[in-house]
Design a protein around this ligand. Structure first.
Ligand SMILES: C[S@@+](CC[C@H](N)C(=O)[O-])C[C@H]1O[C@@H](n2cnc3c(N)ncnc32)[C@H](O)[C@@H]1O
Length: 293
C-alpha cells in the first residue's frame, strides 16, 4: 500500500496525497519536482562518466528556455511547503525591500511578502524563470508588491538598493571565485546595515564532510554543473568578510522546517553608525596628521 488510492466498497478514490500533490489542478501539485527527481535517478546511474571526465552530464542547459521553465516549476514544487516555514522564522521587521537573487519561481519572495505586509520584493533571475514567477504570482495576493529583474548576476552588477538580499540555493551552482564576485555585487546593492541571507547545503564540520546530505549534494553538482560544489560555512564566512560584510552568523531554523540541515548564513553591510565612526576616526586622524606637520 503506497497510500495513493482509497477503496470503499467497489469504488476507488484518490487519497488526500494523490488528490493534492499529484493533481495538476491543485495548488499543492508537486509533479515537476517528482519529474526532476525521476530524471536524476537515471542521471546518478551515469556518475562514472562524470567521475572519469570531470565534466557534468550533457543535458543541463541553463539558458535553454524550455529547460529553465520546467526546472523553475520544479523549484516551486520543491519549496512550496518549506518557504512559508522559513519566512515565519526570519525577522524582517524594519526591512522595506528584499531582493530574491536567483529567486526562480519567487516562492520565497512571496512567502516573505505574505509574512511581512509592508515589504516589497523583487525576484531576480533569467527571463524564462521570471515568466514562471509571474504566472505563479498571478494567483497570489502579494503580487502587487512583487517586481521582476531579469539579470545574469555572474556578469552584471545589481541595480537598486535593498534592505535584504535572499540568496537561496544558488551558491552551490558556482565556484568560490564566482560566489565571491556575487557577494561583492550584493554588498554594493545593499543599504547601510543591509542583510545578505544565504540558504544552501553548507558543510558545518571542520573537515567539510557533514551533514551527509551536503556532501552527497556535491556529487549532484559534479553531475549537473560546470563549477558547482557545496561549501563549508566557515569558508563562506571568510569570503563574506573579504567582500566587506560583518556581524556574520548562522541563523538556526527549527528542526524539521529547514531546507538544509544546519542553518542559514546572515551577514550585514556596515551600518550608518559604523560609517560615521569610520568618518570620525578619519577626521581625527587627518586633524592629527595636519597638526603634526
Ligand atoms: C536551484 S535554483 C534556486 C531557486 C530558489 N532561489 C530556491 O531556493 O528555490 C537556482 C536559481 O538561480 C538562478 N540562477 C543561476 N545562475 C544565475 C545567474 N547567473 N543569474 C541569475 N540567476 C541565476 C537559476 O536560474 C535558478 O532559478
Amino acid at each position: 500500500m503506497v497510500g495513493l488510492l482509497k477503496k470503499r466498497g467497489e469504488t476507488y478514490r484518490n487519497s488526500r496525497l494523490a488528490a493534492t500533490a499529484l493533481n495538476v489542478h491543485h495548488p499543492a501539485y508537486r509533479g515537476e519536482y517528482l519529474r526532476l527527481m525521476t530524471r536524476h535517478w537515471a542521471d546518478w546511474g551515469r556518475l562514472p562518466e562524470s567521475v572519469k571526465t570531470g565534466l557534468p552530464l550533457d543535458h543541463d542547459e541553463p539558458d535553454e528556455p524550455d529547460y529553465r521553465r520546467r526546472f523553475t516549476w520544479a523549484m516551486h514544487h520543491r519549496t512550496l511547503e518549506t518557504a512559508p516555514k522559513i519566512a515565519a522564522q526570519i525577522d524582517l521587521r524594519g526591512a522595506r525591500t528584499l531582493l530574491d537573487l536567483g529567486g526562480g519561481p519567487g516562492t520565497y519572495a512571496m512567502a516573505f511578502l505574505a509574512k511581512n505586509p509592508v515589504l516589497r520584493a523583487t525576484v531576480c533571475d533569467r527571463p524564462a524563470a521570471l515568466d514562471v514567477a509571474k504566472e505563479i504570482a498571478s494567483t497570489h495576493k502579494t503580487a502587487p508588491r512583487l517586481s521582476y529583474l531579469p539579470l545574469d548576476v555572474m556578469v552584471e552588477n545589481i541595480p537598486g538598493a535593498y534592505d535584504v538580499i535572499w540568496y537561496s540555493n544558488v551558491l552551490h551552482i558556482y565556484s568560490s571565485q564566482e560566489n565571491q564576485a556575487v557577494f561583492r555585487r550584493a554588498a554594493a546593492a545593499l543599504n547601510l546595515g543591509g542583510r545578505l541571507l544565504i540558504q544552501d547545503a553548507f558543510l558545518h564540520d571542520r573537515d567539510g564532510l557533514f551533514p551527509e546530505e551536503a556532501s552527497l549534494f556535491a556529487v549532484s553538482m559534479l553531475l549537473f554543473t560546470e563549477r558547482g560544489n557545496t561549501y563549508k560555512a566557515a569558508e563562506t564566512k571568510a569570503w563574506l568578510t573579504d567582500a566587506g560584510f560583518e556581524r556574520i552568523k548562522v541563523l538556526r531554523m527549527k528542526k524539521g522546517t529547514e531546507d538544509w540541515e544546519g542553518g542559514i548564513l546572515e551577514a550585514r553591510t556596515p551600518g550608518a553608525n559604523a560609517k560615521m565612526r569610520a568618518r570620525r576616526a578619519g577626521s581625527v586622524r587627518s586633524s592629527r596628521s595636519r597638526s603634526s606637520h
